[in-house]
Design a protein around this ligand. Structure first.
Ligand code: AHR
Length: 492
């Protein structure tokens, strides 16, 4: 099989947004306790943060971290997590049926974020709480000294720019779940109040928790009709898994993500048109990943109330990593409207990084396409024309075997490509003729394996790692062979 790309440095989508490479830390399972924070671990620093995890977070190129939830946030009292740790209450977390010790609160998390070198996207509780508590936590985080809550902080304001107005408020599972109208009014009023405190905030209204929600579309349009002028973003959440072993459809998950994003853009723009507004709402894809959700849904609800139980610690294989790489291609392709995205989550809980108290932290297979894309995507995203054979899928019809996106600055061109064929390599070609200057192949990478089920484990943490990829430059034509089920970063 062969496929080709047409690239043109003049046809740009948007600058690469660093916030595309966001992640998510929720007080859930062993993401915080036993993940980023474990004072008894040999690598823990004076603040109790695991330095082995911190060093992998930095290596992964994470730019932004959404915190503290997730479903957790919809029952969270942020003030439980401030002040002397010994005085902090233990509370029930209804979302994950576990106990929250509040040992880590927002001040500890901000210290961790500083060490990790990441921006924080703070999620507000609009499930059990409302405008007043949103203003309180904003005052604690961002208000300059001289008010009651700012002075309780006792240090410089954190200057957080991005606030999520709740989490998945469309989901019947959400504590404090609301109708689109109820939520749209609350989001609009919370946004208005927050803006009175700090006009430059970037505010994210909850969109749909998946494109398969029965309210999808109607939810976005109702919420935006009520909150269009006061918010900057609408969120979207997208998780993928192989359904009934249907690998062909699973490998095409990015086709669904493309369609989801395009549908949210169309819906938001139609509201903008009705409101005669020149403003364009951006999309925050602030939860996305591969998640073996059906396993979680078929597991019984725990009967005990435990601190940091093991929850959804999915172990990712080669096929999962190829899908993660392809979802990043979809996100980059939409960089004009998707300017923030968070892979969910960062450590242990459906995460690219795993950590055990008895051992080291290690990189799951999915770590690698994220880290390479974050490192190599530079400059502008190019609008790529793809000529590719197609294959049949049960869920998404005929889909292209090859998908790709490119980023370009005057010093480098990187093509991120995926071959979704399960049985054949794809020979990919593209021309450098439209690009000024002389080009040479640079370090390029391939993620593929004869065993699609291979994983990285504590015992064999580097079983699956990207391999150097040889690319051929024939005059101005680049040729590269992509094995079946592979993801590649091709660099010039
Ligand atoms: O990331 C796990 C959970 O998935 C989050 O808490 C929730 O927002 C989503 O449903």
């Amino acid at each position: 099989r062969s496929a080709s790309l047409t690239l043109d440095p003049a046809r740009t989508v948007a600058p690469v947004s660093r916030r595309t490479f966001g992640s998510f830390v929720e007080h859930m399972g062993r993401c915080v306790y036993g993940g980023i924070y474990e004072p008894s671990h040999p690598t823990a620093d004076a603040d109790g943060f695991r330095q082995d995890v911190l060093s992998l977070v930095r290596e992964m190129g994470v730019s932004l971290v959404r915190y503290p939830g997730g479903n957790f946030v919809s029952g969270y009292r942020w003030e439980d997590g401030i002040g002397p740790v010994a005085d902090r209450p233990v509370r029930r977390d209804l979302a994950w049926h576990s106990l929250e010790t509040n040992e880590v609160g927002v001040d500890e998390f901000m210290r961790w974020a500083d060490k990790a070198g990441v921006e924080v996207m703070y999620a507000l509780n609009l499930g059990t709480r409302g405008v007043s508590e949103a203003l309180d936590v904003h005052e604690y985080l961002n208000q300059p000294e001289g008010t009651f809550l700012a002075d309780r902080r006792g240090r410089k304001p954190y200057g957080i720019s991005m606030f999520c107005l709740g989490n998945e408020m469309d989901g019947p599972w959400q504590t404090g779940h609301k109708t689109a109208h109820e939520y749209g009014r609350l989001a609009a009023e919370t946004a208005r109040a927050l803006r009175s405190a700090e006009p430059s905030l970037e505010l994210i209204a909850c969109g749909s928790s998946s494109s398969s929600m029965p309210t999808f579309g109607h939810w976005e349009s109702t919420v935006l009709e009520l909150a269009y002028d006061t918010v900057d973003y609408i969120s979207a959440h997208a998780y993928y898994e192989p359904v009934d072993g249907d690998m062909a459809s699973f490998l095409a998950s990015a086709v669904d993500m493309d369609h989801f994003v395009d549908s949210v853009i169309a819906t938001a723009d139609s509201v903008g048109a009705r409101l005669k507004s020149a403003k364009r709402i951006k999309i925050s894809l602030d939860e996305w990943n591969v998640w073996y959700l059906s396993r979680f849904q078929s597991a019984p609800t725990p009967s005990e109330w435990e601190v940091a139980p093991r929850v959804i610690e999915d172990c990712y294989n080669v096929a999962d990593a190829v899908v993660v790489g392809s979802l990043l291609i979809s996100l980059l392709r939409h960089s004009d409207r998707v300017t923030a995205a968070c892979q969910a989550q960062l450590v242990n809980v459906i995460a690219p990084i795993r950590a055990e108290s008895t051992g080291p932290a290690w990189r799951q297979t999915t770590f690698h396409p994220f880290a390479l894309t974050s490192r190599l995507a530079q400059g502008s995203v190019l609008d790529v024309d793809i000529a590719s054979p197609t294959y049949a899928t049960t869920r998404f019809g005929e889909v292209p075997v090859l998908d790709a996106v490119a980023t370009y600055d005057s010093a480098s061109l990187t093509v991120f490509a995926v071959n979704r064929s399960q049985d054949e390599p794809t020979e990919l070609t593209f021309s450098l003729a439209p690009f000024p200057g002389t080009w040479q192949p640079a370090d390029s990478w391939l993620l593929s394996d004869a065993d699609l089920t291979a994983t990285n484990t504590q015992e064999a943490p580097d079983r699956v790692v990207p391999q150097p990829l040889t690319i051929e430059l024939d005059g101005e034509t680049v040729r590269v062979s992509l094995p079946a089920v592979s993801w590649a970063a091709i660099r010039l």
